[in-house]
Ligand binder design. Structure first.
Ligand code: CDM
Ligand code: ATP
Length: 284
């Protein structure tokens, strides 16, 4: 028996930090959006209880460090499952990019194994389990759409879908640790905080211009100071004519919303001249 699931990348339309928590995490309020940059995952039932992973790119761990493995093991232990699985992961989402690639794979594993192992879990039950794997996994369980995430990212409020928009994703060739970025966050260095209410209104009204005007991520202050080239990339995308530009998550991926299709292709070609990893995608 085989189940196929698609794991989508996410971008943050807003990311605000409301304070530091006693568990060491940060209290956040952020608007999340899926885009149609997807990994494909194929789950095949195995005899015995082994969980094995195969991936078509060499730099993704295929052992217990893989978030998909963690998700499978968690389900197996929690529900005393005496079945195994082989997971084939076709990777398209850049790794350590701020696009929740690993989290999305973990969420797709919860959905896939819910079917393969016939667990009959509701979406809400999967969301609860997701929070034990990572802060971004809960949002990814829904598969696609727009939501506000609160708490440490695991409390999800689904909101109306953002309008279809063309997005350029650019992943610089540097690696950023989410933990280090959060650790170095200083609220006093933030000049303008996100206005979540205004962003919600913009989405409710399907007002693309207002969405572009309200993009905001407080973690830019940290990543930009550690890697000035990420800030330069943002400036460059704005000067090329993107209508709104923001760093996603803790970075280093920077995305640009481009409201005119023809201009998006032009900027895409210009960026490909000096960046290896550039993707032209849509909100979904
Ligand atoms: C930056 C974002 O991607 C935005 O969507 C997320 O907030 C991070 O989500 P994630 O990668 O799933 O994060 P986790 O794997 O849960 O945590 C990685 C590390 O980031 C820090 N962290 C994460 C989330 C949060 N609300 N506060 C934190 O301080 C913690 O040091 C944690 O050890
Ligand atoms: N299924 C997976 N796909 C990609 N990376 C994974 C996976 N499982 C574990 N990892 C490891 O997780 C780390 C972060 O990878 P990931 O691509 O999820 O980062 P990210 O996009 O920055 O995540 P987020 O936006 O949630 O902070 C990498 O060091 C990678 O080796």
């Amino acid at each position: 028996m085989k189940i196929t699931e698609l794991a989508k990348a996410k971008i943050n339309l807003t990311l605000d930090i409301l304070g530091k928590r006693s568990d060491g995490y940060h209290e956040v309020e952020m608007m999340m959006q899926t885009v149609d940059l997807t990994d494909q995952m194929i789950f095949t039932l195995r005899q015995g209880t082994d969980i094995t992973i195969e991936c078509d790119v060499s730099y993704v761990p295929t052992d217990e460090r893989n978030l998909a493995y963690k998700a499978a093991k968690l389900l197996q232990d929690r529900f005393s499952v005496n079945k195994g699985v082989h997971i084939m992961l076709h990777k398209k989402i850049p790794v350590s990019a701020g696009l929740a690639g690993g989290s999305s794979n973990a969420a797709a594993t919860l959905r896939g194994l819910n079917q393969l192992w016939e667990l009959n879990l509701t979406t809400e039950e999967m969301v609860e389990i997701a929070a034990e794997i990572g802060s971004d996994v809960a949002f990814c369980v829904y598969g696609s759409g727009t939501a506000i995430a609160r708490g440490r990212g695991e409390i999800i409020e689904r909101i109306p879908k953002a309008p279809p928009m063309t997005i350029l994703l650019v992943k610089p060739q540097i690696s950023v640790s989410t933990a280090v970025v959060y650790q170095n966050y200083r609220s006093e260095l933030v000049k303008a905080r996100p206005n979540t209410k205004a962003m919600l209104e913009a989405i409710n009204e399907q007002d693309q211009k207002a969405i572009c005007d309200n993009l905001s991520n407080v973690l830019e202050t940290v990543t930009f100071s550690m890697h000035p080239e990420v800030q330069r990339l943002k400036q460059q995308m704005l000067s090329f004519g993107a209508d709104g530009v923001l760093m996603s998550g803790s970075g280093p991926t920077v995305y640009g919303i481009v409201l005119k299709e023809k201009r998006a292709t032009k900027i895409f070609n210009a960026l490909r001249g000096f960046c290896n990893e550039v993707f032209l995608v849509r909100t979904c």
